[in-house]
Design a protein around this ligand. Structure first.
Ligand SMILES: CC(C)(COP(=O)(O)OP(=O)(O)OC[C@H]1O[C@@H](n2cnc3c(N)ncnc32)[C@H](O)[C@@H]1OP(=O)(O)O)[C@@H](O)C(=O)NCCC(=O)NCCS
Length: 143
């Protein structure tokens, strides 16, 4: 597995991965493209045997970063791939001082990942997510 920067030719592969990971609430191909093209957005892939097995959308404004989306194919989980995607993004952005993210309160795997990386809960947004309706936990890590 290698971590690479996403290119336009990877949109279909990312779409396939997000469909598997998020089902009906997965982003559309158009949403994936606009995330990739957005100023201040950096999209990274975990790449294995010519296919996308992991995806990270990371944004940075001045010294503030945010994890917008992350997903790893179910067949490749618990192998450190999400951690590698996030630390690769951090290493590429030397001037970061803080990173924020939002996560579903019930997403125990993602919360465990973020806690392992040193994120702390700083608040919540009630009813932030739809399908199903759920609160968002806001997390922060100082770099
Ligand atoms: C959350 C997700 C990205 C984690 O990807 P991953 O590649 O399996 O994570 P890693 O292997 O890098 O895990 C690093 C650490 O996070 C924690 N962790 C990750 N998944 C976990 C789980 N299911 N249960 C408990 N701890 C978990 C562990 O501490 C793990 O270290 P360890 O394996 O040495 O114990 C993956 O489960 C996923 O794609 N889920 C569906 C999409 C999603 O919910 N995205 C998050 C949106 S906010």
């Amino acid at each position: 597995m290698i971590v690479i920067k996403m290119l336009p030719e990877h949109i279909d592969g990312v779409k396939g991965l997000l469909d598997i990971c998020f089902g009906e609430s997965a982003w559309s191909a158009e949403a994936i493209r606009s995330q990739m093209e957005k100023p201040g957005s950096y999209c990274w892939l975990a790449w294995e045997s010519d296919r996308v097995i992991g995806y990270l959308a990371f944004e940075q404004i001045v010294d503030e970063g945010s994890i917008v989306e992350i997903a790893v194919h179910p067949d490749f989980r618990r192998q450190g791939i999400a951690r590698k995607l996030i630390t690769t993004a951090w290493d590429d952005h030397k001037d970061l001082s803080v990173v924020f993210l939002e996560v579903r309160e019930g997403n125990t795997a993602a919360i465990a990942l973020y806690e392992k990386l040193g994120f702390e809960r700083i608040g919540e947004r009630k009813g932030y997510y739809d399908h199903p309706k759920e609160n968002a936990m806001i997390m922060r890590k100082d770099i």
